[in-house]
Design a protein around this ligand. Structure first.
Ligand SMILES: Cc1ncc(COP(=O)(O)O)c(C=O)c1O
Length: 361
């Protein structure tokens, strides 16, 4: 099945599977003291700067929960977009596991602004309010949009001015880099980000994400937090070997760039069609599209994709989406929309004809 439901529906890239097989020799020390995880530190430093330290984990929710705990006290709160994965899609894990209060803010295209943050940045000395300690941004966002380095810098300056930290949920950080055409550190370390969750699964890995601490001040007890958050992988070499294959070269950028290009191709094939609206700028690997209900129903019979709670359908591309996959969906969508418009027009004409006949009789 080729689908547009989620970049999680895809399999693993062949280079990743080869790296797992290559790491499957002999014994290695467990729990991250293996040679792959050691080597990985240098690779993360090459991407994020000399202060970076990576902690491989199993999944993105775990990475977020650990990163947020590292940057907060037990009385902390986290400002985030109302669409953020941490508040919509993590089953309450930041609240339940980390004991945090989330302060979600409505946004237009999934991106927080300096003004949004100012709205929630109050009550720091009020014991009745959980203290805002972190601003969490998703990069790229859940709506397929991307913050520029300047936007992140501006947010970081405001956050730091209030003594808050900046966390990036980078489940799709590679897609943001591919869109911006900038090295990873340009819109993370160099833009004032303190800690981030780095995604591998959605970009061709079998599984695996990493917490990457950029400000060494936050690198306290991360190994303990990872264990107590149930994210310490015993055979960590297999996660780290995948990251090495992804990041020690340009596989990460090729995969993400390809997924983005497929989303752009899809959006471009839909844009000029009357009755179709692209709801958010297409900057990463998601296309949010509003279509007539009947067209959506027809497409659901042939392609896997989700209708988003806010209204539009979400079509998501992946590292292995082909131009042919895209053209099939776009062709079917165009045909469905056109035939519905045609039959609506026919019905309209028939009604008009009936009215004329009745008036004449
Ligand atoms: C923005 C974002 N963050 C994090 C995640 C990671 O989620 P999971 O815990 O399923 O790996 C996802 C997955 O959909 C995501 O879209």
């Amino acid at each position: 099945m080729s689908s547009f439901a989620s970049d999680n529906y895809s399999g693993a890239a062949p280079e990743i599977l080869a790296a797992i097989a290559a790491a499957n020799v002999g014994h290695q020390v467990s729990y991250g003291r293996d040679e792959y995880t050691e080597r990985l530190q240098g690779v993360f430093r090459a991407h994020f700067g000399d202060t970076a330290r990576a902690y491989p984990v199993i999944n993105g929710t775990g990475a977020n929960v650990i990163a947020l705990q590292a940057a907060t006290d037990r009385w902390g709160a986290v400002i985030c977009a109302g669409t953020a994965h941490i508040t919509v899609d993590e089953g309450g894990a930041p609240e339940k596991v980390a004991g945090l209060k989330l302060l979600p803010v409505p946004t237009t295209h999934g991106k927080l602004t300096v003004d949004d943050i100012a709205r929630e940045a109050w009550g720091f000395d009020d014991e009745h309010r959980a203290r805002p300690q972190v601003v969490s941004l998703s990069q790229s966002t859940e709506l397929g949009t991307v913050y520029t380095a300047a936007e992140i810098r501006a947010i970081a300056d405001v956050a730091h001015g209030h003594g808050m930290r900046v966390h990036l949920d980078g489940a799709r950080l590679a897609n943001a880099a591919a869109h911006l055409g900038e090295p990873l550190r340009a819109f993370t370390t160099d833009a004032g980000v303190d800690i981030l969750s780095f995604g591998g699964t959605k970009n061709g890995m079998l599984l695996g994400e990493a917490v990457v601490v950029l400000d060494p001040e936050l690198d306290r007890g991360l190994d303990r937090l990872r264990k107590s958050s149930m994210q310490l992988v015993s055979k960590m070499r297999f996660v780290s070997a995948q990251f090495l294959a992804l990041l020690d070269g340009d596989l990460w950028l090729r995969n993400a760039g390809h997924a983005n290009a497929m989303a752009t191709r899809l959006a471009d094939r839909m844009r000029d069609l009357p009755g179709v609206e692209i709801s958010h700028p297409v900057q990463a690997n998601a296309v949010f599209v509003r279509l007539p209900e009947a067209a959506l129903a027809e497409l659901h019979g042939r392609f896997a994709f989700y209708d988003w709670p806010t209204g539009p359908a979400r079509w998501m591309t992946s590292f292995d989406t082909t131009p042919d996959d895209v053209d099939q969906l776009a062709g079917a969508a165009r045909a469905a929309v056109t035939s519905i418009r045609h039959s609506n027009r026919e019905q309209g004409l028939a009604m008009a004809r009936r009215k004329v006949t009745r008036a004449g009789g």
